[in-house]
Design a protein. Structure first.
Length: 419
């Protein structure tokens, strides 16, 4: 008799069949299958929450950075300088915020920090941005966010005198038997020194306000008449109103002949003295020392004088200046422009009959200005120097839109977060 025996199955297959027939096995399989989307969802929630927290920290750090740049920004600041200054603030703020947030140990990759500035003389925008990106728990998924912050710099009140130096003591200095009258105009210093704005002795000053990034000395006595309730120390620095202006290129050197009226162009004479009359236009004095001597005079309407390569201009009290700027063109409103890097003192001590209008600009030099009572209240002068010393009497008006070719100068700033 023949017997047919059933095939012998491996132990593992037998156990698997029992597992499938077992109700507990069915529940386990169902549970395992169900856990896949559940765990995926949980991982997604964790990734989302973590990314949201990091994005919030990123935005807060960018906001702080934009505001900080806005308080220190100056015209002419390069993009590299802007990013270098901003990145240090950004990293510090982000590190402090991350320490306060409990996060999973991601190997985060942050995008490039970017900072830029745009705008005009009256308003500037500081824009900073960055991003975050990190791998998710599931597969090749990546989570990330990009954030941007924008701060707006708005200029303050109209100014007539501004010292640009950020550290010098007595960057604005008014003393002696001086009577400085600047109706509707602010006098401002960018220096952070404790005596950045100094009025001494019996000097009298009347102005819209006195503003300084540092301290103010002597402007609380009876000889100081201000339209504002009190002097304003510890303010944000003012922007350079002529930072975007560049001198014209050199031309062929002309010779200044004694007794002859000069025509616009480039002059390379070592010195100029006596009576100098200028036809309307732009004049480049290259390394020239202009010292009139005796009872000399410097006269010209619609002119801009550029003092290049250590050129000097010194006008003493017995000499006369009669200068006014062009009303139109690239140098409208500018009468004297001493090039950046030229540290030669600029001295303007005009005698009786002096009339001087327009911007007097020497960003890297000390300007000593002595006005004259003969100019009355019609003087449309704006003085911008590295430091400024004022002696004698001077009267300046604020409403000079035509005479200054539409150029304006402002003191102080406000910084607001707009995005």
């Amino acid at each position: 008799m023949w017997y047919v025996s059933a095939p012998v199955l491996p132990v593992g297959v037998c156990m698997l069949r029992k597992f499938w027939r077992c109700e507990q096995g069915n529940y386990t399989i169902i549970t395992a299958i169900a856990l896949v989307p559940i765990m995926t969802g949980i991982a997604g929630v964790v990734d989302f929450v973590s990314t949201s927290n990091q994005a919030s920290n990123l935005q807060s750090a960018l906001d702080a950075t934009a505001l900080a740049i806005g308080t220190e920004y100056f015209d002419g600041m390069t993009k590299a300088e802007l990013e270098d200054f901003g990145y240090k603030i950004f990293q510090t703020n982000l590190s402090l915020l991350d320490e306060q947030t409990t996060e999973l140990a991601y190997e985060d990759t942050r995008g490039k920090f970017d900072a830029s500035a745009s705008g005009s003389n009256t308003d500037h925008l500081i824009t900073v941005s960055s991003s975050i990106e990190h791998p998710g728990f599931i597969g090749a998924m990546h989570w990330g966010a990009s954030r941007t912050s924008v701060a707006k710099i708005s200029q303050g009140q109209e100014a007539c005198v501004l010292a640009l130096n950020s550290k010098a003591p007595r960057a604005i200095e008014i003393q002696g038997s001086t009577d400085v009258s600047m109706a509707g105009c602010v006098i401002a210093s960018n220096s952070a020194a404790s005596d950045a704005f100094y009025k001494g002795g019996a000097a009298k000053v009347s102005a819209a306000c006195a503003i300084s990034s540092g301290g103010i000395v002597g402007m609380s006595d009876s000889n100081a008449q201000l339209d504002c309730p009190s002097p304003l120390p510890n303010q944000y620095p003012s922007l350079d109103p002529l930072s975007g202006v560049e001198p014209p290129p050199y031309g062929s050197c002309q010779n200044a002949k004694a007794g002859k009226t000069l025509t616009p162009g480039t002059y390379c004479d070592k010195s100029l003295t006596g009576t100098i009359v200028l036809d309307p236009g732009a004049y480049i004095f290259k390394g020239t020392k202009i010292s009139l001597g005796g009872n000399g005079s410097l006269t010209g309407a619609g002119v801009t004088i550029f003092l290049m390569e250590d050129a000097e201009l010194k006008i003493n009290a017995n000499q006369v200046i009669n200068l006014s700027p062009p009303e139109t063109g690239p140098y409208a409103g500018i009468t004297i422009y001493q090039a950046r890097g030229n540290t030669s003192d600029l001295t303007l001590n005009g005698g009786s009959g002096t009339s001087l209008n327009g911007f007097i600009y020497a960003p890297d030099a000390r300007i000593t200005y002595t006005g004259n009572s003969d100019t009355g209240s019609d003087g449309c002068i704006r003085i911008v120097g590295n430091t400024v010393a004022m002696t004698g009497n001077s009267s300046v008006k604020s409403d000079c839109e035509v005479e200054l070719g539409g150029r304006e100068m402002y003191a102080g700033r406000t910084v607001l977060l707009v995005k």
